[in-house]
Design a protein around this ligand. Structure first.
Ligand code: IVH
Length: 665
């Protein structure tokens, strides 16, 4: 017979697995982090009380893991553990009681803000930044040194005479609000989907393959934990103050507290003030200050006994769902938006909330007039997290996802495996046309900065432009009679349209707005295929042979060029003189002609980008994953064992940096 506890454990595992899928796979969580933690805590507690219910595949057995095999893995000298979480005053006082039992009464706490970003470990050897490694599975993490070096607030060389030669310092990489908003503004202008929140964007940025792109991200880093031998003081706080003198960015907010009442005051104070900070925090970290005492208290398997985190409750308010509207974006994706009775939340008035897609609406079982709960968890647009079904009006209508495009009436389509519905009427659905033109003129594409979204709207409404090629036929006499147009502005517009004819091929390709072809993919395609003509003729197989191009992108490219309308537009753009061929980089030699080379690990003479460039400048092809077609593996220091094993298995010769230098002379 299966008892109630067992039933609940099975149920919890199922619920948590579903939420994991929503969060990690669909990127559309249906519950708040707090509710998730509560479910997980309940499961962990039940499993602890009933060891016979142990299951190695229970979601409670998953250790956070951000390992990405594209990077080399480095073992942490000291494991990177996480902190135990608490959610109320009672749990904070329980922590204090536990500490006091072992430590007596004569000690201090340090309270710090809990920064909401990606944790990082920085190792300094001989006062130089040697490695920057992500948390990974806690035992080993990804070597993201090249990417971290782009963060200006992290010192690469320490000049202080009084700092240890070798030590490790840990902290949090994050994106401040202002930088995040700017990034999203640019995404919006380019018609690209917005980043969901600063935390995911920060950790995503660390995992980018191209450190030049990372350098454009507004990343910053606070350091809060220093490890090593020969540290200046027994006090954690004092050591961080010293580290500040050595050049590290150490937070200003930490405070010494003599007892748990002072700790609780600090927590309450920041619970109110946190919305005024220029970055996100999700709680407070409480640490015992003395390193000796920390050592005595030690660690459990998962977290230190000398520190704990207090997690703030995400603010949640109830309001009424008045209606649901559907917005059509540049790619035709239809996004449902909840129109709400205005309500105050975390300092702003909220009138709208995202509903993401049809699956989310169905899983919330939304009805018009429902009382819904809204949360704002770092996301720019608040989200509906739950419905108060007990308060539902009789005869309330279920929210039904539309079947036809609200703008042009076309029947919507939904591709298998995708959550979004699309309007297929690319050529004549107004928001799609306007969105495509706005994308084309955006900074990262054709950079026609004298035109903006409003002017595009005006020109479209006046019937002057229906596609991107029409821009190049605009005449002064058509523009001058329009509202708010003077000779000077008209001149500016025509000049910057004409100047855009010099914009390089990869940006033109990005500007075409082929689905899934973002700026980086466009660059990749342009470099590999060199001209629009070879791209148009490329088969799925040829495309997927290109580095980082998968089936989804290849199919989208082929589909784009199957459309006669697209071909006609490209023909017109060619005629007016846009760049449809790659301007060749200066070549140094042909010594690597016909060779595919993968470089991996830390090189002495080149950064990750430089080695790619050097390979290409000598006629070779720099690839980023090993296949049977790879000719050489250029192995640097600390190369990952997986890459080596794979090369050996495929019989690919492994060369050193020195040998490589000889090859190119
Ligand atoms: S101390 C052994 N201090 O929270 C304890 N962590 O769940 C080391 N975090 O992985 C961590 N702010 O990424 C510490 N002031 C702070 C922090 C902090 C944010 C993050 C860190 C860690 C997680 C703990």
């Amino acid at each position: 017979m299966i008892n109630d506890k067992e039933k609940r454990v099975i149920e919890l595992r199922k619920i948590i697995n579903e939420h994991n899928h929503r969060y990690y796979v669909l990127s559309s969580p249906a519950i708040s982090d707090y509710d998730y933690d509560m479910l997980m805590n309940e499961l962990i507690e039940l499993e602890k009380q009933n060891p016979e219910l142990y299951d190695e595949n229970s979601p409670s057995q998953r250790v956070g893991n951000d390992i990405n095999l594209e990077f080399n893995q480095i073992e942490h000298k000291y494991p990177m553990l996480s902190l135990g979480n608490t959610y109320n005053e009672g749990e904070i006082r329980d922590f204090d009681t536990r500490v006091r039992k072992l430590a007596g009464n004569n000690f201090k706490y340090i309270c710090e803000l809990k920064y909401d970003g990606a944790s990082i470990s920085l190792t300094y050897e001989n006062k130089k930044l040697k490695y920057a490694v992500t948390r990974g599975d806690g035992t080993k993490g990804d070597d993201v040194t090249q990417n971290v070096k782009t963060i200006r607030s992290i010192p690469l060389d320490l000049s202080a005479t009084d700092c240890p030669n070798n030590f490790e310092i840990r902290g949090e990489i994050f994106i401040p609000h202002a930088g995040f908003e700017q990034m999203n503004k640019e995404r919006e202008e380019a018609g690209e989907p917005l980043y969901a929140n600063p935390r995911n964007t920060a950790s995503g940025s660390l995992k980018l393959q191209n450190s030049a792109v990372v350098a454009t991200r507004p990343l910053d880093c606070y350091l809060y934990y220093i490890l090593g031998e020969g540290l200046p003081s027994d006090s954690h706080y004092e050591n961080l103050q010293e580290a500040k003198k050595w050049g590290f960015k150490i937070p200003e907010e930490p405070q010494c507290c003599n007892n748990i009442d002072e700790v609780w005051n600090f927590i309450s104070e920041w619970d109110n003030k946190r919305h005024e900070l220029p970055f996100d925090i999700d709680g407070i970290v409480i640490k015992v200050d003395s390193l000796n005492l920390q050592h005595e208290l030690g660690f459990t398997a998962k977290s230190p006994r000398w520190a704990i985190s207090y997690k703030f409750k995400t603010e949640r308010v109830a309001t009424i769902l008045e209606s649901v509207s559907f917005q059509v974006g540049r790619t035709g994706a239809v996004t449902p938006v909840a129109n709400l009775k205005p309500v105050k939340l975390a300092g702003t008035t909220v009138k709208r909330a995202s509903l993401h897609n049809a699956d989310i609406i169905a899983s919330l079982d939304l009805h018009l007039g429902d009382t819904v709960f809204i949360e704002k968890g770092g996301e720019i647009i608040p989200k509906v997290v739950a419905v108060d079904k007990d308060n539902r009006l009789n005869n309330a209508h279920t929210v039904i996802f539309i079947e036809q495009c609200p703008e042009c009436g076309a029947k919507l389509v939904k591709n298998e495996g995708e959550a979004a519905h699309y309007c297929p009427n690319e050529q004549s659905c107004a928001p799609q046309i306007k969105g495509k033109i706005t994308h084309f003129i955006s900074r990262k594409a054709m950079n026609i900065d004298s035109l903006g979204e409003e002017t595009i709207e005006l020109l479209y409404n006046e019937g002057l432009i229906k596609n991107i090629a029409d821009l190049y036929d605009l005449k002064a006499e058509q523009l001058l009679p329009l509202d708010r147009m003077a000779e000077k502005s008209v001149n500016n517009i025509l000049t910057s349209i004409s100047d855009s004819k010099n914009i390089p091929f990869e940006k033109v390709l990005f500007g075409l707005g082929i689905r899934y072809v973002g700026a980086t993919v466009a660059k990749n395609l342009a470099r590999s295929l060199k001209s629009i003509d070879s791209l148009m003729n490329a088969s799925i197989e040829e495309l997927t042979n290109i580095d980082d191009i998968g089936d989804r992108i290849a199919q989208s490219v082929v589909q784009f060029f199957e459309s006669e309308k697209n071909i006609a537009i490209i023909k017109r753009l060619k005629e007016v003189g846009l760049q449809f061929e790659l301007q060749e980089q200066e070549k140094h030699s042909n010594k690597l002609e016909g060779l595919s080379i993968i470089a991996s690990g830390k090189l002495t003479n080149f950064s990750r980008d430089e080695i790619k460039m050097v390979i290409e400048m000598n006629g070779g092809k720099a690839v980023s994953s090993i296949s049977a077609k790879t000719n050489f593996l250029l192995a640097g220091e600390n190369i990952g064992p997986n890459k080596l094993a794979k090369a050996e298995k495929l019989g690919i010769p492994i060369i050193s940096e020195e040998e490589f230098l000889k090859m190119i002379n």
